[in-house]
Design a protein around this ligand. Structure first.
Ligand SMILES: [Zn+2]
Length: 236
């Protein structure tokens, strides 16, 4: 007798009980959906199994209409490239205020909103998708900052630039960086000269990516969190 064929991966693991229940749904409806006895497209098959899948807690897509589609996060496709599962999928980027660049006829328009500690413009999508779009304007000057400006400030290192961008909430990025540097949160490696964040690595990760650096990381980061916590309590 024919029956549902399935293969679970990785092959050295037994299929989980949850997934077995899913297989059982298809086994139970086998006579209605098997081919070539039946000639159903995937939506017709889904219709037949949807009630049983719902009972297992699955949400079933009702139709291909936009409002019925299930929103799925970004997926990683071939060669690790990002692909959107549906066209309606969008990341929720942080956006504070707005910025309209100058044109030949009009001046730039800055519309600040309150965020963190002051009135600023901050646009995470501009940071994430472009190097030269304005993504941040501090409270006390109209100096505009792009992703590239953050990179230039942080030794060209994306991880550090992103962290600084995430944290600015009223001040000039240079000021926040300088304060952090003075407080010992960043240092320049005495060997290669490159900038690194001390609270994550006790040794420069550029010329000493060693096991000991990894080992100290967990300890150093918990100490950093403690220090920040204490600072906040201290300064109110
Ligand atoms: Zn180094």
């Amino acid at each position: 007798m024919k029956s549902v064929q399935f293969q679970y991966f990785p092959k050295n693991k037994k299929i989980s009980a949850d997934l077995n229940k899913v297989v059982d749904v298809f086994v139970g409806k086998y006579n209605l959906i098997c081919s070539p006895e039946n000639e159903l497209d995937s939506n017709a098959v889904l219709n037949i199994v949807s009630a049983d899948l719902s009972k297992l807690g699955f949400t079933i897509e009702k139709s291909k209409k936009k409002e019925d589609k299930i929103q799925v996060p970004v997926l990683f496709g071939k060669n690790g490239m990002m692909e959107n599962a549906t066209k309606t999928t969008q990341r929720n980027y942080l956006k504070v205020g707005s910025y309209t660049p100058a044109t030949d006829n009009t001046e730039a328009v800055i519309d600040r909103e309150f965020y963190g500690q002051g009135y600023i413009f901050k646009d995470e999508e501009a940071y994430a998708t472009s190097l030269d779009q304005v993504c941040y304007i501090p409270e006390l000057s109209d100096t505009t900052y792009t992703h590239q400006n953050f990179l230039d400030l942080m030794d060209g290192q994306e991880e550090l630039a992103r962290d600084l961008f995430n944290r600015v909430d009223w001040q000039h990025p240079e000021s926040l960086f300088e304060d952090d540097y003075v407080n010992g949160e960043y240092d320049n490696c005495s060997v290669c000269g490159r900038l690194f964040a001390c609270y994550e690595k006790s040794a420069c990760p550029h010329c000493a990516p060693s096991a000991s650096a990894l080992f100290s990381r967990a300890f150093a980061s918990s100490r950093y969190r403690f220090a920040r916590h204490w600072d906040m309590g201290f300064w109110g």
